[in-house]
Design a protein around this ligand. Structure first.
Ligand SMILES: Nc1ncnc2c1ncn2[C@@H]1O[C@H](COP(=O)(O)OP(=O)(O)OP(=O)(O)O)[C@@H](O)[C@H]1O
Length: 355
């Protein structure tokens, strides 16, 4: 059976909202419903204080859709907002509250750095891009939203706990001209953090709304890899200028990058372009070039998807050493050819008015 939006909506209508007594569609709790041949996705948006009550509702809603077709994968996540308000209604001809992604006061542009797959160098690109933009005189913020493996404190050489003088707002940290905040600074580095959905949404919203970012030309957001609830929440809560998708040239990475691009398309986030990282290996001893992961795969994919290829970053030990040492290559070896790829990426973003 091929699922349609109507059959999925009908299944979701069989689930009752325990608070209003209406079904969850009528109650306007279901957001971002997408029905694709291989996957159905939706978000259950509830009030923060009621999140615990809705875990069972989420499970039953997911089950109701899974029961329609057992071969179809169903991804359902819960997001919560902190102040109780009437959620918008999905019904046609119903006046919904104007609600959606909002700008962060004082922040002109928000650019998400994403990847379909882990370890392709997304955080390396985010830190170097932030430092490159700062070096070019832009006011830059970097939000490390990679909640599962925050690496920006190490990459930017920042440590210590951010202060909160009034107990409400959080003062960000600063290094290499970049204003930064990371969940890694709120948790112990060696401690595994288990995030429950609503907690994670709360933490992300806190970092967007309560951190005193000040006036910024651009806020770079380092996302976790993949297409999960952090990406969805960010696109729903913050008005993104666009997303940049980082990939290595291997087929397996490209496959995941494509999923990432699909997700942003569905969320209505413009794709600013793709970046091929670890494009060419340059031997630090003899300068010999080798295509360890293949070459040109991202360019071909970008052309197929009709998005620009913004940069090809070489695989070079200096980039890794700089990242591990807390001073990204654009800071520690600003004149090197490895740094120039990031600096020209920054130039392009400034020229196109997005940073
Ligand atoms: N172009 C490059 N040359 C050399 N080393 C690189 C390059 N890009 C990334 N690395 C190294 O590869 C490792 C993974 O990079 P990074 O942490 O940026 O990936 P990621 O996509 O953010 O990973 P994840 O999100 O899964 O944590 C790091 O040790 C980084 O220093």
């Amino acid at each position: 059976m091929t699922l349609t939006r109507e059959t999925v909506l009908a299944a979701l209508k069989s689930i009752e909202d325990p608070i209003s007594g209406n079904d969850i569609i009528e109650a306007g709790l279901v957001r971002a419903l997408t029905v694709e041949p291989e996957q159905v996705r939706f978000v259950l948006e509830v009030s923060g204080s009621a999140a615990a009550e809705y875990e069972d509702v989420l499970n039953r809603a997911k089950e109701a859709v899974e029961n329609l077709d057992s071969t179809q994968s169903v991804s359902a996540v819960m997001t919560s907002h902190s102040t109780p308000k009437t959620p918008p209604d999905l019904k046609p001809n119903h006046r919904a509250e104007p609600k959606g992604p909002e700008p962060i006061p004082g922040v002109n542009n928000i650019i998400a750095i994403a990847s379909g797959k882990g370890g392709v160098g997304k955080s390396t690109v985010a830190s170097n891009l932030a430092c490159a933009l700062a070096a070019k005189g832009r006011k830059v913020g970097l939000l490390d939203a990679d909640v599962y493996g925050p690496s920006q404190p190490r990459m930017l050489g920042v440590s210590g706990r951010p202060a909160s003088p009034d107990g409400k707002t959080i003062l960000p940290m600063r290094n290499h001209g970049v204003t930064m905040m990371s969940l890694g600074l709120m948790t112990n580095e060696d401690q595994a953090v288990v995030w429950r959905g609503p907690m994670l949404m709360g933490a992300l919203q806190q970092m967007l709304g309560q951190v005193q970012w000040g006036a910024l030309d651009v806020l770079i957001v380092d996302l976790p890899p993949g297409t999960g609830d952090v990406q969805m929440t960010l696109a729903q809560k913050a008005k993104l200028t666009g997303a940049i998708v980082v990939s290595t040239p291997q087929d397996v990475a490209l496959l995941d990058a494509r999923k990432g691009i699909d997700m942003f398309n569905q969320l209505g986030t413009p794709i600013l372009g793709m970046i091929e990282n670890m494009s060419t290996h340059i031997c630090s001893a003899c300068g010999h070039e080798e295509h360890v992961f293949g070459h040109g795969g991202v360019n071909a994919e970008a052309a197929k998807l009709g998005v620009p290829l913004l940069a090809e970053i070489p695989l070079h030990i200096d980039i890794r050493l700089a990242a591990d040492g807390g001073a990204p290559i654009v800071v520690s070896k600003a004149g090197s050819s490895q740094a120039s790829a990031f600096l020209s990426l920054a130039d392009q973003l400034i020229e196109t008015g997005v940073a």
